[in-house]
Design a protein around this ligand. Structure first.
Ligand code: HEM
Length: 454
């Protein structure tokens, strides 16, 4: 718990694995927990024996909408809601949302150029990319168009800041959540802040408006979730013994969850990819040459372009290896089982230290070096597939993975084609980083120099 509080889990996990080996038993408050860095065990738990490890940890917050978020649902309810949400993130549906992302990326590049022209050539990456990913979630999950960087007083922006950096997210009371499973129930009011209520209310009113309008042309997440509701309703009319899972409450909880799960993780990845490209001009030139070639071939930045940039993909994968925003993948054992000599009892939690695995020289040679070539097709096949875990693994992996990948590529295509990025005297190498109490990995003060390309 002390580690969580000191916010150095990434480095300490790596040190612990080095010092104590790949199987470490510990207690999280009163609950037994296995920290395990073995790719074969990861494959069994996340994929082959998934039926024994369907759940994540029990939701620490008891409030109604929290418990309905996909990331915290358990058992059958998780399976049903995941099944209904899967089509929302299919390639075809993301294709429609790419145009919405493109509008936000256009604003992103304009804001960088404005910063360079009117303020300074040195830009704070997280500030700009955080605004971009907020704009994307606002338009795709809430149907609201904003330019958050230029509208700091917009209630959406103000409340989002409160959720991610309000006093609750920094309180030592957070540690109490892990002491016993009853404490969280007493503390739910503590997290159910005004800002959360704001997002729930926005979600509710937009869902009601769309239902009343019966207009689903935008093709965003709200439209697609309303389609999922209709489908469930049809199936249940045909078979009245079936239960309804995808209620309005579930739908609104997912809108807020997509914002929580997609905003900071994606902004961090964009920040770090841009930082590594500033440090590695050759990789930047290669990525730019590819982007320019594919823009000419496909007529600008569109779905075809972003799906046809293999080197840019490698850059993003290498960024996620070096700097995975999700530091641990976790599951709870729901049916006892033995795996590779480890006896898992029901209720035991298991965590896979993503950062420690990504930085282990046994799996990645010279792990601290930025080398996108590691992810070339010919190299990938030589590694154990469970050593690269930025989006988790198996049926409970990140449902937003493809959405995030397209969003990142759209943004980088816009930025790299218009701006040259380099290190400034203020750029810190190596980057300073911290672990936030929700186990995400955060870079601090990442600044680079930018120059308009023409
Ligand atoms: C670079 C960006 C992102 C990273 C690195 C990331 C990473 C992760 C990781 C590591 C997990 C846990 C997977 C596991 O336990 O196996 C996860 C789960 C999840 N992510 Fe993401 N994520 C990103 C973007 C997004 C976006 C954009 C969305 C939604 C719009 C999203 C929605 C979710 C949800 C709903 C879950 C829970 C899935 C479930 O329990 O079934 N993520 N993500």
């Amino acid at each position: 718990m002390w580690k969580v509080w000191r916010r150095m889990t990434h480095a300490e996990d790596a040190r612990d694995v080095k010092a104590h080996g790949s199987r470490i038993g510990l207690y999280e408050g009163t609950r037994p927990y296995l920290l395990c860095a073995e790719p074969d065990v990861i494959r069994e738990v996340c994929i082959k024996k998934f039926d024994h490890f369907v759940d994540r940890m029990e939701p620490v917050i008891a409030a109604r909408y929290w418990r309905k978020m996909l990331a915290l649902l358990a058992g059958e309810e998780w399976k049903e809601v995941r099944r209904r949400l899967t089509p929302v993130f299919s390639s075809g549906k993301i294709r429609k949302m790419t145009a919405l992302m493109g509008e936000c990326a256009d604003t992103l590049a304009k804001n960088f150029l404005k910063n360079v022209r009117e303020k300074s050539a040195v830009v704070d990456l997280k500030e700009h990319y955080g605004a971009f990913t907020m704009d994307v979630i606002a338009t795709c999950a809430f149907g609201i168009k904003i330019d958050s960087l230029s509208s700091p007083d917009d209630p959406f922006v103000e409340n989002a800041k409160e959720v991610f950096s309000g006093p609750q997210s920094r309180s030592p009371l957070l540690l109490l959540l892990f002491v016993s499973k009853w404490i969280p129930r007493l503390m739910s009011g503590f997290f159910f802040t005004k800002a959360f209520t704001f997002f729930l209310n926005v979600g509710k009113s937009i869902a009601e408006k769309r239902k009343a309008e019966k207009n689903r042309e935008r093709g965003d997440m709200i439209d697609l979730m309303l389609d999922a509701q209709d489908e469930e309703q049809k199936e249940n009319e045909a078979d009245p013994t079936k239960s309804t899972f995808f209620t309005d409450e579930v739908m609104i909880a997912q809108m807020v969850l997509f914002f929580l799960a997609g905003y900071d993780t994606t902004a961090t990845t964009l920040t770090m990819a841009t930082y590594y490209l500033a440090l590695n001009p050759e990789a930047q030139d290669k990525a730019l040459a590819e982007i320019e070639e594919k823009m000419a071939l496909h007529g600008g930045i569109n779905n075809e372009t972003v799906n046809d940039c293999p080197y840019l993909d490698q850059v993003i994968q290498e960024t996620l290896r070096l700097f995975p925003p999700g530091l641990r993948i976790e599951r709870t054992c729901t049916k006892s089982i033995e795996i590779h000599g480890i006896r898992f009892e029901e209720g035991v939690r298991v965590g896979f230290p993503v950062y420690a695995i990504h930085h282990d020289p046994e799996f990645f040679e010279d792990p601290e070096e930025f080398r996108p070539e590691r992810f070339a097709q010919s190299e990938k096949g030589l590694r154990h597939p469970m050593t690269f875990l930025p989006f988790g693994q198996g049926p409970r992996n990140c449902i937003g993975m493809r959405f995030a990948q397209v969003e990142i590529k759209v943004a980088l295509c816009h930025v790299l084609s218009q701006l040259k990025i380099s290190c400034s005297p203020q750029t810190q190498v190596p980057v300073e980083a911290t672990t936030s109490p929700n186990m995400t990995f955060q870079p601090l003060n990442v600044v680079v120099e930018m120059k308009a390309r023409n």
